[in-house]
Design a protein. Structure first.
Length: 288
């Protein structure tokens, strides 16, 4: 049993780095994903994952698969799209979801167009789907840094983010807190999507944020419990996905996301907080 479950991570350095990198991403991305689900921004996050593509693509043309170049390009593109969408939503009658979707679609098309100029399918696959097994020490330091920054900002914004989820109108009436929470949360989304981009690629990055968060809500009733359960589920999904990809020679990024998907489906069926089985066979309460 140890040979199946532990040997890949004790004998191969690339598996160790992949596990450490994926767990580092989880610490920053999953709490952000929990608030995304609470704020009904799951599809917004998916759109934002595409928004970083043109910046990464332009950096790729300039510097190739440079860690720093791809990170700075992705951050710049994500921030530009987030700021433009937020400005349009707050300055016109356009809703935030429609303005964000519009800018993200433009970014996605631009990114694919830029990448296609180099005509190298292998590098295109790397940008779109990531290569977590190729993480080096520099990439691990980057992922750990982004995760640390994300957790620090989350701690600072935690209270206004909770208030915004419960009563956004009250938060807006308090002054600048609403804008700080809004744009601060968009900042969290962008930096964690860039971290996920290095591990899983632009198309898979959103999976590590949303699926554990969505699954945890079927097991926990309070926000604190949801955050803990979501992070633990993400750890388990990363471990299981890496293990399956190693033993069955599967592409690692999609396998990790499918592991998250399996956790989500099991939670939908068996979850103790609104799962299908719990709703069909509710616990009987003692009658007084």
């Amino acid at each position: 049993m140890d040979r199946l479950l532990l040997d890949p991570f004790t004998e191969y350095a690339f598996m160790q780095r992949a596990l450490i990198g994926s767990l580092a991403v989880c610490l920053g991305a999953v709490p952000t994903g929990v608030f995304m689900t609470l704020r009904r921004m799951s599809l917004t996050g998916d759109a934002m994952a595409h928004a970083i593509l043109p910046g990464a693509a332009i950096a790729y043309l300039i510097s190739g698969l440079s860690l720093v170049g791809l990170s700075l390009g992705g951050l710049a593109a994500g921030f530009v799209v987030a700021l433009l969408a937020g400005w349009v939503a707050r300055s016109t009658h356009s809703k935030e979801d429609s303005s964000l979707a519009s800018f993200c679609l433009i970014s996605l098309a631009l990114g694919v167009l830029v990448i296609s100029l180099k005509h190298r399918n292998v590098d295109l696959f790397h940008v779109l789907f990531g290569n977590i097994l190729a993480l080096d020490d520099a990439a691990l330091w980057l992922l750990a840094s982004i995760s640390s920054i994300s957790m620090l900002i989350m701690a600072c914004l935690f209270r206004p983010l909770v208030i915004e989820c419960v009563d956004p109108h009250f938060l807006r009436s308090t002054g600048r807190a609403s804008s700080i929470a809004h744009f601060g949360f968009l900042f969290l989304m962008v930096i964690n999507l860039v971290a996920g981009f290095h591990a899983l690629g632009t198309l898979m990055a959103i999976g590590i944020m949303i699926l554990p968060a969505a699954a945890a809500r079927f097991w926990a009733k309070t926000l604190d419990a949801t955050l803990i359960v979501a992070v633990l589920m993400s750890f388990g999904g990363c471990y299981l996905g890496l293990l399956l990809s190693f033993h069955f020679d599967l592409p690692t990024g999609p396998t990790i996301v499918l592991a998250f998907g399996g956790v989500y489906i099991v939670s939908v069926l068996l979850g103790l907080n609104g799962g299908l089985l719990e709703q069909r066979y509710p616990k009987r309460h003692l009658a007084g």
